[in-house]
Design a protein around this ligand. Structure first.
Ligand code: ZN
Length: 53
């Protein structure tokens, strides 16, 4: 299971195994999975990166 890197909740997936949310890379190239609700709260990838743990 995939966990959101901001809120720690499980990131839901579609039946095609696409995540409902987004995956963004930080400046080190590390991938962060972000759930749909955190993505809609934070809006920009810059804001998201500020909040990942
Ligand atoms: Zn989240």
């Amino acid at each position: 299971m995939t966990k959101c890197d901001i809120c720690g909740q499980e990131v839901q997936k579609t039946f095609l195994d696409k995540i409902l949310g987004t995956i963004i890379k930080d400046e080190k190239g590390k991938k962060h999975e972000i759930c749909n609700s955190c993505q809609s709260k934070l809006k920009t990838s810059k804001e998201i990166l500020k909040n990942v743990k």
